[in-house]
Design a protein around this ligand. Structure first.
Ligand SMILES: C[S@@+](CC[C@H](N)C(=O)[O-])C[C@H]1O[C@@H](n2cnc3c(N)ncnc32)[C@H](O)[C@@H]1O
Length: 212
């Protein structure tokens, strides 16, 4: 989609997820003001992208929810959440799932904590924490976008994932996938985002699921 055609708004999300409740719609709509406020103070989203918050960040994160449905009571850890992606949009979409969003940088986590507080996302926590230091077997799913090469991500995720036939790492990836998969020695399921979203501007053009 050419840059000039981007009509960024929370309505975009409703087109992909028609069953959102009024509360979820209000939470998605509130993200615009919250991210514009915080991005003027701390660079949590690339400044050249903030005008396309829903297109490039919220919808991109929610592609995970188009492919995988988290269940009530399951635990999801977002590794390297930065300003809250993909964790915050997924937490709005799945209000009965428990989310822990981690990042090694404290000032990003403080922004995420404020957004969680403003949106009253009582099922979400944000911790300043390095992925390597997370406790073993603490979640059903790990999610991640644009954080580390797959072999590194998988090493972190394998340690924190509980055993379970549907459990695994779900990550949004770009780059040389075949080299990363070879070096990782894992067998991911690969979804291409273009057929799913009809948008081709993402750097991370693939969604990978690596079963535990
Ligand atoms: C390029 S940003 C991506 C942020 C977010 N996932 C997104 O897509 O907008 C990478 C993030 O990973 C975090 N990070 C890198 N290594 C990490 C580690 N070992 N543990 C926790 N966070 C890490 C960085 O602090 C940074 O915020």
């Amino acid at each position: 989609m050419p840059e000039q055609d981007i009509q960024d708004s929370a309505e975009l999300i409703t087109a992909y997820f028609p069953d959102l409740t009024p509360a979820q719609k209000a939470q998605f709509a509130a993200l615009a003001e919250l991210y514009h406020f915080w991005n003027q103070r701390i660079n949590v989203i690339s400044r050249k992208d903030i005008h396309a918050l829903y297109e490039r960040h919220v919808l991109h994160s929610l592609s995970i929810g188009l492919c995988y449905r988290f269940q009530p009571g399951q635990q999801v850890v977002d590794i390297g959440t930065g300003g809250g992606f993909p964790g915050i949009p997924l937490a709005i979409l799945f209000p009965e799932t428990q989310f822990i969003l981690i990042d090694s940088v404290g000032k990003k986590i403080r922004v995420v904590q404020d957004i969680i507080y403003q949106l009253k996302l009582v099922h979400v926590e944000a911790w300043q924490q390095r992925a390597e230091k997370l406790p073993a077997a603490c979640c059903d799913y790990a999610v991640s976008r644009a954080v580390a090469p797959l072999p590194v991500l998988w090493q972190w995720a394998r340690h924190i994932l509980k055993a379970g036939k549907e459990n695994g790492l779900i990550c949004l990836k770009g780059g040389d996938l075949s080299a990363e998969i070879r070096d990782c020695g894992c067998q991911p399921v690969i979804h291409a985002l273009y057929p799913l979203l009809q948008r081709d501007y993402f750097q991370e053009k693939y969604l990978l699921f690596v079963p535990v």
